[in-house]
Write a protein that binds this ligand. Structure first.
Ligand SMILES: [Zn+2]
Length: 340
């Protein structure tokens, strides 16, 4: 099969990889219908995260099951399925509590590399959710978004306790931040402030439900949020970047007693204890347990109540994955969909 491999920072190639095989009786093999490049793929691409030799890339996927192992009972060949970026058994105590991304048997899909024509999905029964029937092609981008960025934005909004009567601020205007706006809207938030200085992203944020846009960042951004909230700060803040500045911007923008939902993969973030102590905010986040939300999100997409696939503003054949990374690295694209 053909698949994307990162050789060194900036060096993404599409090359022949071995076809995956069933390795465990709980595995499934899917033919990937659509995959994409994640903001978190840019960390190793930019050399901020170490690249240890040629690494298969990609952890977002939707596709059709080709083959299942002997122990798989809930999905069958021919079904269209959505999974998340961690395979999970969905039965252990952690999964049952709704934290499937930290399943005691979790396997990161990124090491399998789903920017490819085929992918092995471990723990298929716990990981995959089938759509009711074969989806119309126009639903595929939204279903793919559910695999990570929608599920992650949704978790961030839930972790930030977004809901009726709440003012929600969103730090980060990448696909996750934008879909955090959509999630906050769906969860009934009254006011949603998107923090973005990029006009096309501001526009999409408004389409997804943002009521206000703040272009300032850092301390100035915090001051603007306070201006808009009678000096108090937002009830709920979504942090979808993962830097020291964005985390402090999120904490600073939250009123005492409010909630920060942080889902940007932290890179060199260290929280100053005293500031944290006196902030009196709830912090909850981490790798989103997307699997918890998949059945609900698939249904919302199926019923055409949400259209998260709009975050894909560039679609390329898998063979042009290098350009997909390049475009996102340069912020020419919010998110690139790849068709194998
Ligand atoms: Zn589990």
């Amino acid at each position: 099969m053909r698949g994307t491999v990162l050789h060194a920072p900036g060096d993404v190639r599409v090359e022949a990889r071995d076809d995956p095989r069933l390795e465990q009786p709980t595995d499934a093999i899917i033919r990937v219908a659509a995959t994409c490049v994640c903001g978190s793929d840019l960390w190793p691409y930019r050399g901020i995260e170490a690249v240890n030799g040629p690494a298969p890339m990609g952890h977002e996927y939707v596709g059709v099951i080709e083959e299942v192992g002997a122990d798989v009972t809930t999905v069958t060949p021919g079904q269209f399925v959505v999974g998340s970026f961690f395979a999970s058994d969905n039965t252990c105590d952690i999964c049952q509590a709704g934290y499937q991304s930290r399943c005691v048997h979790a396997e990161p899909m990124g090491t399998i590399g789903t920017q490819a024509q085929l992918a092995r999905i471990p723990l298929a029964d716990g990981t995959l959710v089938a759509t009711p029937t074969m989806p119309e092609p126009e639903l595929i981008p939204s279903l793919l978004a559910a695999s990570d960025v929608l599920g992650t934005g949704w978790f961030a909004a839930v972790a930030a306790a977004a809901g009726p009567g709440k003012t929600v601020a969103v730090v980060g205007d990448g696909a996750v931040g934008l879909l955090g706006v959509l999630a906050a809207r769906q969860l009934g938030a009254e006011r949603i402030i998107a923090m973005s200085r990029h006009e096309p992203r501001q526009k999409l944020a408004r389409e997804f439900g943002a009521t206000d846009v703040v272009t300032e960042r850092g301390d100035e951004g915090v001051a603007r949020i306070k201006d808009l909230t009678s000096g108090l700060g937002a009830h709920s803040v979504i942090e979808a970047v993962g830097t020291q500045e964005s985390m402090m911007q999120a904490i600073g923008s939250t009123r005492p007693g409010g909630h920060v939902g942080y889902v940007g993969v932290a890179h060199d973030v260290s929280l100053p204890g005293e500031k944290l102590f006196f902030s009196s905010v709830h912090l909850h986040g981490g790798p989103a347990p997307v699997r918890r939300f998949l059945p609900e999100l698939i249904q919302l997409i199926w019923d055409r109540k949400i259209n998260p696939g709009k975050v894909f503003d560039l679609t390329l054949p898998l063979e042009q994955a290098a350009e997909a990374y390049h475009a996102m690295d340069q912020r020419r694209a919010i998110k690139t969909l790849l068709t194998p």
